[in-house]
Write a protein that binds this ligand. Structure first.
Ligand SMILES: [Zn+2]
Length: 129
């Protein structure tokens, strides 16, 4: 579900990027933020537009995002995490902690417990890197 950035005045897609506005070519460039910053990460577009300053923490989070997204996708595909909010291993309750000892590590946001994949899931997960 795209989100609207009211300060930037354009839509942001699920990956955090500025969506193209769809204005006709004769209006480009400079029709609007959606035309000017299409495809750019929201955080960068906001900085380019002078709305926010980018911090070192922002940059680190931005670099870490694709790896975390891929790890979550894989863990869900392999049944280590679930997209079902009522499941004990609901992905929304977990943080990606990086790749250690041959496995992607996920920590529960409340209990701080790491999820332990079954042996079968671990076998399936090996060979990814
Ligand atoms: Zn536009």
């Amino acid at each position: 579900m795209p989100k609207y950035d009211y300060e930037l005045q354009c839509y942001i897609d699920h990956a955090g990027r500025v969506m193209d506005c769809g204005h006709p070519a004769r209006m480009r460039p400079g029709c609007c933020a959606g035309g000017k910053y299409a495809g750019m990460l929201q955080i960068n577009a906001r900085a380019a537009a002078g709305i926010d300053a980018i911090t070192a923490g922002d940059l680190a989070a931005q670099r870490a995002r694709p790896a975390a997204d891929a790890a979550f996708d894989l863990a869900i595909k392999r049944g280590i995490l679930s997209i079902d909010p009522s499941a004990a291993n609901y992905a929304g309750d977990y943080m990606f902690m990086g790749h250690h000892a041959g496995h992607d590590q996920f920590k529960h946001v409340t209990t701080r417990q790491y999820i332990t994949p079954t042996e079968q899931q671990q076998v399936k997960q090996s060979g990814r890197y």
